[in-house]
Ligand binder design. Sequence first.
Ligand SMILES: Nc1ncnc2c1ncn2[C@@H]1O[C@H](COP(=O)(O)OP(=O)(O)OP(=O)(O)O)[C@@H](O)[C@H]1O
Length: 321
Amino acid sequence: MNAPASDTGLMAQNLFVSHGRRMVLHGVTVGPFGPGTLNAVLGPNGSGKSTLLRAMSGLVPLRGAVTLDGQDLGRLRLPARSQRCLYLPQSLPEPMQITVIEAMMAARHVMPAPVRQQAAPSPPAALPDGRGTRVSTIGTAGSTLPGVAADPTGCAGQIARGSLPNGTSSGPEAALAWLEHMGIAHLAMRGLRELSGGQRQLVGLAQALSRRPRALLLDEPLSALDPYYQQRVMDLLAHEARETGLVVVLVLHDLNMALARCHNASVLNDGRIEASGPPETVLTPALLRRVYRIDACLDTGASGQRFLSVRGVAPAPRSMA
Ligand SMILES: Nc1ncnc2c1ncn2[C@@H]1O[C@H](COP(=O)(O)OP(=O)(O)OP(=O)(O)O)[C@@H](O)[C@H]1O
């Protein structure tokens, strides 16, 4: 039987998910992840991390319950659900032939379910999660934006630094402000198709944040990013969480990033939760050996920060004689 749903935060209770006949998640319970927190989902390849995020976002059928602030998300239709709890996948679909700024503005207007199409002034834009390819309108997202076309970087520089767009702004200024805060305003007028993998990942993150969900489920959001942008994205997520109460759940393979930046870590192994709690209490040498098959221990740096030292793969268990 499920425990009572938490009144605040995001929680998954007793989730069972199968792909075909194969059970991939076996009664997984995580959370509640409180408002304003960053929560890592960890585990080896194939352990079920993406499946868990997809299940929590309503993209795969499941047995169990997912609640946000006490509300059963399973009772919502997908558009309403993804407005509250938005999932950004690991691999982004082939982008449309539109500019970054158009994609940003489209993201703020997208209806994530089929909608009655109005005469659209511009081509429909795709969200990175592959949903929302039908757009009611894209506002002013034509090929020429007022004051933007000639010098996108200069225009972005006019936006007040330090203030993120509020929940209602959806014009080019707000779109540019998000790009600025992600550190990619210089890409505003570039075509989505011209971007590198990491640049596309950053645009996807900016799109997701700009939609102001209550919870954000990010599948390996740092996987294509260099160290500068990894830190920058984590700064922005932490800022958003702190200022707006956003709940962030993110799949990570970088255990030191989880240690340094996340309030909570949930470790999946073969479709089951091995441990959950503050990262420094979860990532013990025994767990790392058992789950990741590495020989590692927690160290403390000069400024008191905890970090993992990995010595190598764990020695193979002695055979039973
Ligand atoms: N569409 C699918 N059909 C069948 N099996 C699937 C499907 N998607 C995932 N699986 C299987 O489910 C298990 C969990 O996959 P999942 O992608 O959730 O793992 P993961 O922990 O995210 O892995 P990684 O770290 O490699 O991204 C794996 O064994 C995988 O092969």
